[in-house]
Design a protein around this ligand. Structure first.
Ligand code: FA5
Ligand code: MG
Length: 361
């Protein structure tokens, strides 16, 4: 694994393996599996579900606020601990700072664990309406809705006193109302009618703070965190007397609901059966894991196929997915011979290999 791999470039910054993986540095905990994800930027692929979703969210903001939101989808994921934590008021003893939760390159540098790491610098650059989309990294457990590399979109909007003075509300109430309206509008733009609910929560950088949950596969799924930005962040970055709202949404979580993708690991799949199902601008497509295989089997065995059943599904660290299927053959009229079944099975294997471009085991 120590072979020199070509450096990747993100946002004009060249990142080589030795800049990120330092096995003999005790302040570094980045493994090769994580380094290998840097620069892939799934959110910048127009035919990937995350790219399709990003563009659809852009459309919503362009339509609702013509010309106002500036978009950043190529900011370098290596950031300082100041950017990732201090600038957004994460307390010194907060768990998210621990080596157990965050990937540290060295004691001062991390792989960003949220897109909020860019709020302060963009404010200082004078931006008042912005979206930041990027890969984020957390030493998190892996299950069907959690993965150590995922993608967030940050939204940020600053208001000046003129915006709320005529409203009868104070700045905070005005921003909170506008935030909920904006995000409910986004959810409707993405899903049409969908069951959603707001849950009060805590973030160091917003007050009040809210999470939005969407009903999915029989349960409430948290899709974003949001709130009214702490005054201190605005004051420190050139916006005294202003208020702002911010949100950070998990692109995978929304894409799973939109495209019916059952497992977060599938986003990293290079498997044709996954990637070929999505295309630019198409939001409606629902992921169909088994139809292509069924078609091939039926093409060969016709009605002698009784059932094609997925019995195991596994994705390795390189993003290769392996599926194990059981195919049951049965004739309604007669008993099939072993030889006949072996012939069909042989033909199915050959055809699956050439048509679906998979490796057989
Ligand atoms: C944050 O990261 C805050 N920075 C969000 C925010 C921004 C709040 C601005 C207020 C203002 P949180 O850790 O809850 O919050 O993550 C936000 C979203 O990312 C979650 O709602 C979820 O959709 C997604 N998410 C979190 N962890 C994972 C994971 N391991 N895998 C996939 N998605 C995840
Ligand atoms: Mg959360």
């Amino acid at each position: 694994a120590a072979a020199a791999e070509a450096a990747v470039e993100v946002g004009g910054v060249k990142i080589a393996r030795e800049d990120v993986v330092k096995e003999d540095d005790p302040t570094n905990n980045v493994p090769d599996t994580i380094y290998s994800k840097i620069g892939i930027q799934l959110h910048r692929r127009d035919n990937h579900p995350l790219g399709i979703l990003k563009n659809t969210i852009y459309d919503y903001f362009d339509k609702s606020f013509p010309g106002q939101f500036v978009k950043f989808d190529d900011l370098c994921p290596l950031v300082s601990t100041k950017q990732n934590f201090d600038d957004v008021l994460v307390p010194a003893d907060h768990v998210s700072r621990s080596y157990n939760d965050t990937y540290y390159v060295d004691s001062q540098t991390v792989l960003r664990c949220h897109t909020s790491a860019h709020q302060a610098e963009l404010l200082r650059e004078g931006h008042t309406h912005f979206l930041v989309i990027g890969d984020v990294y957390r030493r998190d457990s892996i299950d069907s809705t959690h993965y150590p590399v995922f993608h967030q979109m940050e939204g940020f909007r600053v208001f000046s006193p003129d915006d709320w003075s005529g409203s009868g509300m104070d700045g905070t109430a005005y921003a909170a109302t506008d935030l909920k309206k904006t995000l409910e509008g986004l959810a409707t733009h993405l899903f049409g009618a969908v069951e959603m609910r707001w849950v009060d929560t805590y973030f160091p950088f917003t007050n009040p703070s809210f999470e939005l949950e969407i009903y999915f596969q029989g349960d409430w799924l948290e899709v974003l965190g949001s709130g009214v930005t702490e005054q201190e962040i605005l004051k420190s970055n050139g916006r005294t007397d202003h208020v702002a709202w911010a949100f950070g949404l998990g692109l995978e979580r929304l894409a799973m609901v939109l495209f019916d993708i059952p497992d977060i690991r599938l986003f990293w799949s290079n498997d044709q059966r996954f990637t070929s199902q999505f295309s630019k601008g198409k939001l409606g497509a629902k992921f169909k894991p088994e139809n292509n295989l069924c078609e091939v089997v039926r093409g060969i065995a016709g009605d002698l196929v009784e059932e094609v059943k997925l019995i195991d599904n596994f994705t390795n660290k390189k993003g290769m997915t392996s599926h194990c299927y059981r195919i049951a053959y049965r004739s309604m009229e007669r008993s099939l011979t072993d030889e006949e079944i072996n012939d069909m099975q042989w033909n199915v294997r050959e055809e699956v290999k050439s048509k679906l471009r998979v490796e057989l085991r």
